[in-house]
Ligand binder design. Structure first.
Ligand code: FPP
Length: 248
């Protein structure tokens, strides 16, 4: 398809006509979902894990390039030891059960965050899942595990400081590209759309650098009720946005 003479004059404003390539979600509201049903919090997280399964499949079917989910933040360790252990148990269960299905669906599992802070067997499960799916290209499914954007930036800045101290880099060489190259997301497409469920309007230390020009969408749906239809609605909303990237 060329149609050179018929194509509209190029403008400086990027529109969202092509749809988002990279969507990230702050999965919030598991606890409230459970509370409304007089169930323990773990039941909400369990239902949340099912919503993860369904949404990842839908994202691949819709042709997204990357879906990043905030599964466990570097601050979530402050929750009760019972809840932390429930979340780790669910993650363990999910990886044991779903990696084969991800692989069958052509989905590549990846992570961002400092996974060295997880329990040893979980680190192995994550590494095995990443290794097993590494040649898949349909969708990058990125689990944020022990992730915090400030921690990510601290790690990147330390790396740059070491390069400067060793003489490999001059302070004047530091620019957004040198920083981006050291973030956990360095080989993912730019973040287009950041969704938070459950009506809260905060970024909670998620992808702070990457969100600089992302479209933000806050939906009231509690995470366990999120599904392919909700993802399609979010993508349709994104399609109505006019992206300027600081231009006019
Ligand atoms: C927030 O709900 C959600 C989390 C703390 C983490 C998300 C975890 C899952 C979806 C389950 C496991 C994930 C995988 C990948 C298997 P909340 O407890 O803060 O909800 P509340 O604000 O209503 O209390």
């Amino acid at each position: 398809m060329t149609g050179l003479s018929a194509s509209p004059a190029p403008t400086a404003v990027a529109t969202t006509a092509t749809g988002p390539r990279h969507v990230a979600i702050i999965m919030d509201g598991n606890g409230r979902w459970a509370k409304r049903r007089f169930l323990p919090r773990v039941a909400g997280h369990r239902a949340g894990a099912e919503a993860v399964r369904v949404t990842v499949k839908a994202a691949a079917d819709m042709g997204l390039q990357a879906l990043t989910l905030y599964a466990f933040s570097s601050e979530n360790w402050r929750r009760s030891s019972e809840e932390v252990s429930d979340l780790m148990g669910l993650l363990r269960h999910y990886l044991r059960k779903e990696v084969a299905e991800l692989d069958r669906n052509g989905i590549r599992l990846r992570t961002i965050g400092d996974i060295s802070g997880l329990e040893g067997d979980l680190i192995d499960l994550v590494r095995d899942g990443v290794e097993r799916t590494k040649d898949n290209r349909r969708l990058d499914f990125v689990l944020a595990l022990n992730y915090g954007a400030q921690d990510e930036m601290v790690r990147a800045i330390r790396d740059i400081a070491l390069a400067v101290r060793s003489g490999a880099m001059a302070p004047e060489d530091i620019d957004p590209t040198t920083i981006e190259a050291r973030l956990d997301t360095s080989d993912l497409p730019p973040l287009d759309l950041l969704i938070r469920t459950s009506g809260e309007r905060r970024l909670s230390n998620f992808l702070l650098w990457q969100a600089a020009y992302a479209e933000l969408l806050f939906v009231d749906t509690l995470w366990p009720d999120f599904d392919g239809k909700a993802l399609a609605a979010a993508i349709a909303d994104f399609g109505t946005r006019e992206r300027r990237f600081g231009g006019r």
